[in-house]
Design a protein around this ligand. Structure first.
Ligand code: FMN
Length: 392
């Protein structure tokens, strides 16, 4: 009989219970995707998550505007790691011409999958009609998806959305219809509205409703903190795959636990501090290799906080970890920690980014009066906000 999680009584997969996630020509197993996360899903973290068991890892969102303008940071974010395959890039764009140009360039560069972000809740962007405001106007959404699909040729295009603006303005079913009509290969749904940001619980019923409504694969997203949540999401909603965001911040081995559970094996117990140290060091070295010592170590500091969250023994060195400036300094700080300290249960479901608060979403003046308008939003303010975008 299959292993059962002590916390939720969830059984690991039965033989043949789940199939690989099929996205166009790509067959993804396990059907577990590392979510696009700004400032997080760069080359070293994608590599780490893939090595530990993620079926697919997507870049953070990359703006089509910055890409068109040749912004060096934007171009660097879009690059793949050595041998990265399948290579998936998430793009953010509100203008079909920018989107088409970026997708064509990515395809020329060998990208295997293009994901489009239509869930960004950043106020500066929605107020100008960008981000999660786009699905409010399904014909504009259709123009954007169609521009990407056409430019992508045989490379699959997927879209990622939220439930809607708020409880009174739901957009995900329209987005699903548009995705199907315009030839998207799959749709990911974060079960929250833009107003909810990251608060409350992700709505699995909405994900199940989308699964019923569309013939393409649906990826369920939101609040997968433990492997049990991942299997429960698949079973309760019938979704074809899952997207993991905050649950893997400082806990990339969650992908290994999910991979085991999808294979029908009992997942290994969470690592002790002694098992985490080499993972953190490997991650830090990857960041330094990718971004240089200054930027790489600056990025490493937030990871130190995430990896050591809840560990009592790390309290004494936490302040030093947040100032660490070289890999060897990091190594010696970590060498002082008790390798036998077990993973603290309290840290399993602890939020490591984007703490819970809500917002009132602002749309452009009169935006709801003509939801059939398919003209891309254009304003100097939107351009400036899109240039500064981070996070969806
Ligand atoms: C730090 C951070 C950055 C994010 N950046 C993006 C992004 O670039 N594109 C995107 O579509 N979603 C972004 N998201 C949203 C996640 O992809 C995901 O939809 C959300 O976190 C819900 O999943 P979770 O409950 O597993 O975290 C971001 C989330 C976080 C925490």
């Amino acid at each position: 009989m299959s292993a059962v999680s002590a916390s939720a009584g969830t059984a690991v997969a039965a033989p043949g219970e789940f199939a690989p996630l099929q996205v166009g020509p790509l067959s993804i197993w396990p059907p577990v995707v590392l979510a696009p996360m700004a400032g997080v899903t760069n080359v070293p973290f994608r590599r780490l998550c893939r090595d530990l068991g993620a079926g697919l890892a997507v870049t953070e969102m990359i703006t089509a505007r910055g890409f068109r303008e040749g912004n060096p940071t934007t171009l660097a974010l879009a690059r793949g790691g050595p041998g990265e395959h399948p290579r998936a890039v998430q793009i953010y764009g509100s203008d079909p011409a920018d989107v088409a140009a970026m997708v064509a360039a990515l395809v020329d560069d060998g990208v295997d999958l293009v994901d489009m972000n239509f869930g960004c809740p950043v106020p500066k962007v929605t107020r100008q009609g960008g981000g999660s405001a786009i699905p409010v106007r399904p014909r504009l959404l259709a123009r954007l998806v169609s521009a990407a699909v056409e430019a992508a040729g045989s490379v699959p295009v997927t879209i990622k959305v939220r439930k809607g603006i708020d409880e009174s303005l739901s957009t995900y079913l329209d987005a699903g219809r548009v995705a199907v009509e315009e030839g998207a290969a799959a749709i990911g749904l974060h079960g929250r509205t833009a107003a909810q940001l990251y608060s409350g619980r992700a709505d699995r019923e909405a994900i199940a409703r989308l699964v019923e409504a569309v013939p393409i694969p649906v990826l369920g997203n939101g609040d997968i903190w433990e492997w049990t949540d991942g299997l429960a999401m698949m079973r309760e909603t019938g979704c074809a795959g899952i997207i993991i965001g905050r649950g893997c911040l400082g806990r990339p081995w969650l992908f290994g636990e999910l991979a085991a559970a999808f294979e029908g094996h009992a997942p290994p117990p969470p690592p002790t501090m002694g098992e985490i140290v080499p993972i953190l060091l490997d991650h830090a070295r990857g960041l330094v290799e990718c971004f240089g010592v200054d930027t790489g170590m600056r990025q490493t500091r937030k990871w130190c906080a995430w990896y050591t969250k809840g560990f009592r023994g790390a309290r004494a060195v936490r302040a030093e970890l947040l100032r660490v400036s070289t890999p060897s300094e990091l190594e010696s700080l970590l060498a002082g920690l008790d390798p036998a300290e077990p993973f603290p249960r309290s840290a399993l479901r602890a939020q490591r980014a984007k703490r819970g608060r809500t917002q009132r979403v602002r749309l452009p003046e009169g935006y709801l009066d003509d939801r059939d308008d398919d003209r891309p939003p254009r304003s100097a303010r939107l351009e400036a906000s899109e240039r500064a975008l981070s996070g969806g």
